[in-house]
Design a protein around this ligand. Sequence first.
Ligand code: KG4
Ligand code: ZN
Length: 349
Amino acid sequence: MSQLILGIESSCDETGVALVRAGEGGAVPVLLAHALHSQIDMHQAYGGVVPELASRDHIRRVLPLTREVLRESGEHLEDVDVVAYTRGPGLAGALLVGAGVACALGAALDKPVLGVHHLEGHLLSPFLSSDPPEFPFVALLVSGGHTQLMRVEGVGRYEILGETIDDAAGEAFDKSAKLMGLGYPGGPALSRLAEQGSATAFKLPRPLLHSGDLDFSFAGLKTAVLTQAKKLGDELPARKADLAASTEAAIVEVLVKKTLAALQKTGLKRVVVAGGVGANRHLRAQLNAACAQAKVRVHYPELHLCTDNGAMIAMAAAMRLQAGQQQPNRDYAFDVKPRWPLDAITLAA
Ligand code: KG4
Ligand code: ZN
């Protein structure tokens, strides 16, 4: 019997709601509808996410978005079988809104609920694309808070091969963009500006490129960008595009080379990129070229599903249920996990 799963994402600055239908057997669950509200305009004035404002806005948006996906899909709320929500990691207050609404809906409808790990949502989001991957694969998870290389054997079977020891790749984009006065969110803004600049204009470090392991470090790069910006002084406005392009090239080169090293180490011939930085065009172009040469298949989430959304939460819930890895529960006394390592939900090998 198929199951209708409602997914709610509210971990940071996007409210996302989606409906997914999970069928019998191994068929990939189908996205019926999804709706998203980004808080970017609201936080822009402050140069970053203001947690209290984020929570209040999630409260305003989540039910109208739920009505929207029900209308769009032609489904009825009473027919929802499981209500899934992001349990963590993320902003505590923001997570509590999604968890509270999901558990209230579950209790009112007499349906079970299921708390989802946000990073597992990103990790499985390429299964929402028209060209879904097959297990096993190497995953490059690059978001605002995380940078990890993983060996993925199946749903819930994740081995971390390497990760950042300081800033995440998204953070490197955001902090460098802020130094250049590009505002929030910095990643897309820096990337747009980089298209008009020269990637070889400034020599910036490629941290841990030759470390021999699969770990990352981006804090030093941000400092190098700051030093370069200071050195430029009055010239900065005229050279901003060059600095943006050089910064992007440094981040992307490290991500691509370490991903290739992970493929070599595991012997796998498939890679999945997930998380907000996966939307970066330069990263996609460089990784596509490197993987074509190495005869490796690359999978990405659809561009609009790279950053946070409800579809990936409903999808992760559906895939966990299908794989028999998690049972939804009727314990509506919810909790959230602002800090929650992915290892915590990983099956023992
Ligand atoms: O996955 P995500 O939406 O949220 C987290 O779970 O963190 O990722 C957001 C991150 C931000 O750091 C943002 O600047 C970055 O992804 N990002 C990009 C691009 N689009 C989003 N970074 C570089 N280029 C982009 N096109
Ligand atoms: Zn995210």
